[in-house]
Design a protein around this ligand. Sequence first.
Ligand SMILES: NC(=O)c1ccc[n+]([C@@H]2O[C@H](COP(=O)([O-])OP(=O)(O)OC[C@H]3O[C@@H](n4cnc5c(N)ncnc54)[C@H](O)[C@@H]3O)[C@@H](O)[C@H]2O)c1
Ligand SMILES: Nc1nc(=O)c(N)c(NC[C@H](O)[C@H](O)[C@H](O)COP(=O)(O)O)[nH]1
Length: 274
Amino acid sequence: MARDALHFPDADRAFLEPSLPSQDGSTPQPDLPFTTLTFATSLDSSLSLAPGIRTALSGPQSKAMTHYLRSRHDGILIGVGTAVADDPGLNCRIAGVGGYGGEGLNGQPRPIVIDPCLKWDFSAESKLFQMCREGRGRAPWIVTTVKEAPAEKDALIKAYGGQFITMDIPSSDSGIHCMDWCQLLRVLRMNGLRSVMIEGGAQIINSLLQPPYMTLIDRVILTIAPTWLGQGGVVVSPARRLDDDGKPMSAARLKNVQWHPFGEDVVLCGEVTI
Ligand SMILES: NC(=O)c1ccc[n+]([C@@H]2O[C@H](COP(=O)([O-])OP(=O)(O)OC[C@H]3O[C@@H](n4cnc5c(N)ncnc54)[C@H](O)[C@@H]3O)[C@@H](O)[C@H]2O)c1
Ligand SMILES: Nc1nc(=O)c(N)c(NC[C@H](O)[C@H](O)[C@H](O)COP(=O)(O)O)[nH]1
């Protein structure tokens, strides 16, 4: 068993079960994966101290919970800002999954990185590829608008069993890429993923918590850590919404909410109110 294996007790798994994708692989909609939005936030809605800074918010118990969630999803999705800032492994380190005492890569999710302009300068030394070499994780799928990826990156990703997925991603008037999340999730489903957890960062989450896309989120599972990161952090705060009279209204709200303490953190499970 790897020394860094994490343990997540059965007693805590029971609380999460109603919020997880079904184990028989069925999905609420046949052409879409079960989609979970999950991240750790501070009391002032920050994901990290600043863009580019990896910031540990989850305590040991809620960190183990996040890794358990990874074992229960086929895919784990992040934006390129997170890939560059964190050099993440995006694997599951729960004892008993593949690479941590289990067979092959059983329980290891497929990492998906949204990188419209191919800004992530990964190499064989990136943690994700180290995990692949050690049999502890899967190679990434990188979603981009670039039709021909640099040959050496293409060769590297293919050698490890990953791929570039080229898509047209619409842009706003100011040139910011605005993913059609429904289209992307359909593509992931067609590629065999029955469940996807979306971890962040803030730009990805703020985009998904907008009216056209929030219906795609089946569950939200948040870790709230008892800390204020302060101003200048990377903040989850979706675009302002106005009601029919032009008055501000809340951007998004959860229903069927359950709260569960994990160590000093609290974990919130809910569904987006449509
Ligand atoms: N606490 C947590 O749970 C958690 C989780 C993930 C990331 N983080 C932190 O968040 C920070 C990164 O967040 P961020 O907001 O700067 O970056 P991000 O990870 O959201 O990536 C931003 C990039 O992703 C692409 N992107 C994002 N939304 C898109 C959309 N709708 N359409 C097309 N492309 C899109 C764009 O290229 C954009 O520049 C890092 O510091 C990281 O450590 C924390
Ligand atoms: N649940 C959670 N708590 C945190 O305190 C934190 N910083 C993240 N961040 C999520 C983000 O997607 C990171 O990139 C990965 O957590 C990197 O970590 P790994 O190398 O994959 O373990 N997530």
